[in-house]
Write a protein that binds this ligand. Sequence first.
Ligand code: ATP
Length: 346
Amino acid sequence: MEWVRGETIGHGTFSTVSLATPTNNAYGAFPQVMAVKSADSHGAASLANEKWVLDILGNDCDGLVRCLGEDRTVENGEEMHNLFLEYASRGSLASHLKKLNGEGLPESTVRRHTGSVLRGLRHIHAKGFAHCDLKLGNILLFGDGAVKIADFGLAKRAGEVTALMDGGVQIRGTPLYMAPESVNDNEYGSEADVWALGCAVVEMFSGKTAWSFKEGSHFMSLLIRIGVGDELPRIPEDLSEQGRDFLSKCFVKDPKKRWTAEMLLNHPFVAVDLDQDDLEGVDIQLKTEEVFASPRCPFEFSSWVSASCDSGTQYHTLEAPEERVATLAAGSIPDWSVTNNWVTVR
Ligand SMILES: Nc1ncnc2c1ncn2[C@@H]1O[C@H](COP(=O)(O)OP(=O)(O)OP(=O)(O)O)[C@@H](O)[C@H]1O
């Protein structure tokens, strides 16, 4: 494929991401706009790892960004490694949240995004991998409302332990999302992804990181809080009881007792399908008495009632019309995909 590099849309530790347009797109084999992740020799290993993992994971899971191929180019005398990915036109959840100036997303949106990320995680874990760098910057928003996990540069086979000669802490990903077992024993398995998901859910909902951490303080103090003692990440008080219960299953210090992505997909926090297409005339009223007590082990799942929908009751927490217009005026992209609060204008 011949292609032209467009504007830069993102920077990472290992790479630069820009738009790419194919110039000889015979038979429409490629989308008209793609994202191309490019790295010089320093980032080549991470990019090669990402391609290897994405090839094994395949393109059949809706929760993962799709890989469209790879290429090498020489630009300004330097060899560049390029990985083509489907383009997420709404950017990452991190950049989306930044536009909300410290505010979080409505809980209904957080539930939907969490469900999508969990489906991606379940697929990654079922294939025997751990992502190892789940964070809002690596969760992408697509124009059609899809939410997908990206950036597999640090992903590895679950159970593969990287031995450290000096016995120190190996930081894979972002300290703020690190699980206790990663801090204490350098373990980065599927369980650590679930801990990181909990941190991402807190941040999506509250607009603030799950660990309060003063800018400028040494990250070792944070690692000590994560790894030693009983302190857990902050669970927002204004989150629903189901949301808080969901987080309590992610923030279990012992990785063996932490819930898996598969188990969490059956938790009522995400098991209710709030997709726009499902809203009309469907009963979404949760049978709270029945689902309130969450299962303590996988065998109790069968007694849960899948929530059903009713267009009247669940959406009253969304913003009023005035607030929604204000969000628009502020230049951020509002999420109105789930609401029954529309005003008829004639
Ligand atoms: N497919 C894509 N579509 C749109 N934007 C993207 C895409 N992939 C990456 N980006 C943007 O580029 C940024 C950096 O990408 P990515 O995280 O994959 O790079 P990285 O070098 O692995 O970064 P790091 O490891 O530091 O997180 C993302 O946060 C996102 O804003």
